[in-house]
Design a protein around this ligand. Structure first.
Ligand code: FES
Length: 316
């Protein structure tokens, strides 16, 4: 990430639910640029030495300010905890320019079906501006575990009315992805953002009933984390894992369940799973570190990067 950073001031912080806060940024020097729906920015929390990517939820064509929403991850010792606990109105932060790995297909002739799980609603907040501006046909399906922690339900009801369908698991409301997809025209575009099981289910049903070209999810370049097996020792946790040929370090940790790792993109883009290397060298496969950072071998992304040798020792 060598792009020029944008200096911004936090102009507003709003608690949207017990676990979600909205942050609004205005530019300090130059103006903020327009962006395309589905874009994200990387927030540099310089004081904490942390960077995290968040979807922009504001109007892409009216960049007087940028807005993001941040879910506080209870396991977080990093980005989301810092944003919630330490960032207040008036603070200065830096952003990397907006990038988009999840664009809306600009097709006014067919329907666009958006499926969001929890905080996965965020990229669709900017989609709505483009869909509405172009008069495109759409429907939004918003699933969450508990209405008390869902952001934007009331705003979305007002904004899109009958096009919004909500599924509150706490009220035993569940989306049947198969039913949803089966009932659509074959040329409909299907988008999904949220937890991996939801993404996987939508991709599976979408591919089966609409075809791969009609199914869209945040695609950061599909980095393959495959290669020779190696051992990783987690220094602070005091145990080791063997990472198999077809498994990422992140996946091995999740399968093992003894520790939890904060992650977002799972494709080496957002920096959420960045971890310090204590011994060994990483085979970097991410899109996040720049050449100097890669050469320094101080940190690596657990979701995609592997070991160059037989063993790594990580600061976890
Ligand atoms: S989860 Fe985004 S870089 Fe690993």
């Amino acid at each position: 990430m060598n792009q020029q950073k944008i200096s911004v001031k936090v102009s507003r912080v709003q608690q949207l639910s017990p676990t979600i806060k909205m942050f609004e940024f205005i530019a300090q020097d130059a103006q903020l640029s327009t962006f395309s729906a589905g874009s994200h920015v990387t927030v540099h929390m310089d004081e904490a030495g942390i960077r995290r990517a968040y979807s922009l939820i504001s109007d892409p064509k009216r960049p007087q300010h940028y807005r993001i929403s941040v879910l506080r991850d209870e396991q977080s010792k990093g980005g989301s905890a810092y944003m919630h606990d330490s960032v207040v109105e008036g603070d200065e932060l830096h952003l990397s320019p907006a990038e988009n790995f999840f664009p809306l297909v600009q097709d006014v002739t067919c329907k666009h079906i958006l499926v969001a799980g929890g905080i996965g609603i965020t990229p669709f907040m900017s989609y709505l501006y483009e869909l509405e501006a172009a008069g495109m046909d759409f429907e939004l399906h918003y699933c969450f575990r508990d209405g008390a922690n869902a952001a934007y339900v009331n705003e979305l009801r007002e904004r899109v009315g009958q096009r919004l369908h909500v599924y509150d698991n706490a009220l035993d409301q569940h989306l049947s992805i198969e039913q949803l997809v089966k009932g659509q025209d074959k040329n409909s575009h299907l988008y999904v953002c949220g937890p991996q099981p939801l993404i996987n289910a939508v991709i599976e049903q979408g591919n089966a009933h609409l075809g791969e070209k009609q199914v869209h999810f945040e695609n950061f370049g599909a980095v393959a984390s495959t290669g020779s097996s190696f051992e990783v020792h987690f220094q602070r946790s005091g145990f080791s894992l063997e990472i198999g040929e077809g498994t990422s370090i992140l996946q091995a940790i999740e399968d093992d369940k003894r520790i939890a790792i904060e992650c977002l993109c799972r494709n080496g883009v957002c920096g959420t799973c960045e971890t310090s290397i204590l011994e060994g060298e990483a085979d970097h496969r991410d899109h996040y570190l720049d050449d100097d950072e890669r050469a320094a071998q101080k940190t690596m992304m657990l979701c995609v990067s592997r070991a160059k040798g037989q063993r790594l020792v990580l600061d976890i």
